[in-house]
Design a protein around this ligand. Structure first.
Ligand SMILES: C[S@@+](CC[C@H](N)C(=O)[O-])C[C@H]1O[C@@H](n2cnc3c(N)ncnc32)[C@H](O)[C@@H]1O
Length: 250
């Protein structure tokens, strides 16, 4: 099986930096866990530095972007975690689940199997995410893809079992992690090839669609049409683009 991020992960760490507010929420959800398995660990964003971490990451391109002070990543897949039952105190996975294709349920059940305590996931509620101007008015093809790849939150809760708490994670204007949802405040980022390429929403799209979106956003920024439709966003400090913290306690 080829890792998708060996194709789309080049340059990821340049714009997808760890955001301090999101980091605090994720670390609080891990409670007092000492040993944490991080699934889809990527370049290491949000990985705690004060606990023992087992990083699981299938892509060489992503693993190569991990800073030297983080543990090296074990090349493995979520649905086949190379760990025994209850090997970790907690399991975490940040914005990875929607890349697990038809192994999503198996992967979530694997996280539950290997963690004695909380399973912490960061994912999107695609119904809310689809309301953001970029998806609703420009990159409309993404709404259909997102409906397929983001599991509905009640389905996810069923896979996890036990008690499941779901909390909105607002994206602040100054969010340092330039995920697609964080474009809500920054339409100019659509014109930046590096910013686009580090979001799977753009990276997985047909280049002709991306070209159209860039052309339309550029036109509407120049004419004032974007501000006429979305100018109220310029006054907001934070916004709910659908990002959710999901914490399952056995
Ligand atoms: C958007 S990146 C997120 C990386 C990191 N967690 C972060 O927050 O920056 C998604 C990651 O999930 C990984 N991934 C994709 N499919 C996976 C699978 N089946 N099992 C584990 N990880 C997977 C990708 O290789 C990629 O590193």
């Amino acid at each position: 099986m080829r890792a998708r991020y060996d194709d789309i992960g080049h340059g990821y760490a340049q714009t997808r930096r760890e955001d301090p507010r999101l980091r605090s929420a994720i670390h609080a959800a891990l409670g007092d866990a000492r040993v944490v398995v991080n699934v889809g660990a990527g370049a290491g964003s949000y990985e705690p530095r004060d606990r023992h971490v087992i990083a699981i990451e299938p892509s060489d391109v992503m693993a190569a972007q991990r800073p030297r002070d983080l543990p090296p990543a074990v090349r493995a897949w979520a649905h086949e975690l190379p760990l025994r039952d209850g090997a970790a105190d907690a399991a975490m996975s940040v914005l990875s689940l929607h890349h697990w294709d038809d192994t999503r349920e198996a992967g979530v059940r694997e996280m539950r199997r290997v963690a004695r305590g909380p399973v912490v996931l960061v994912t999107f509620d695609q119904a809310v995410g689809g309301e953001m101007w970029l998806v609703r008015d420009y990159l409309t093809e993404l709404a259909a893809l997102d409906r397929q790849i983001f599991p509905p939150l009640d389905t996810l809760a069923g896979w996890l079992g036990g008690r499941v708490d779901i909390t909105p994670l607002l994206l602040h204007r100054d969010c340092e992690d330039w995920m697609l949802g964080a474009f809500w405040a920054h339409p100019e980022r659509v014109l930046d090839p590096a910013a686009r390429a580090a979001t799977s929403g753009f990276a997985r799209m047909d280049p002709a669609v991306v070209e159209r979106v860039v052309r339309d956003v550029e036109r509407d920024l120049a004419s004032g049409a974007w501000d006429a439709a979305n100018g109220a966003l310029r006054e907001l400090e934070s916004y709910d683009a659908g990002l959710r913290l999901v914490v399952a306690t056995p």
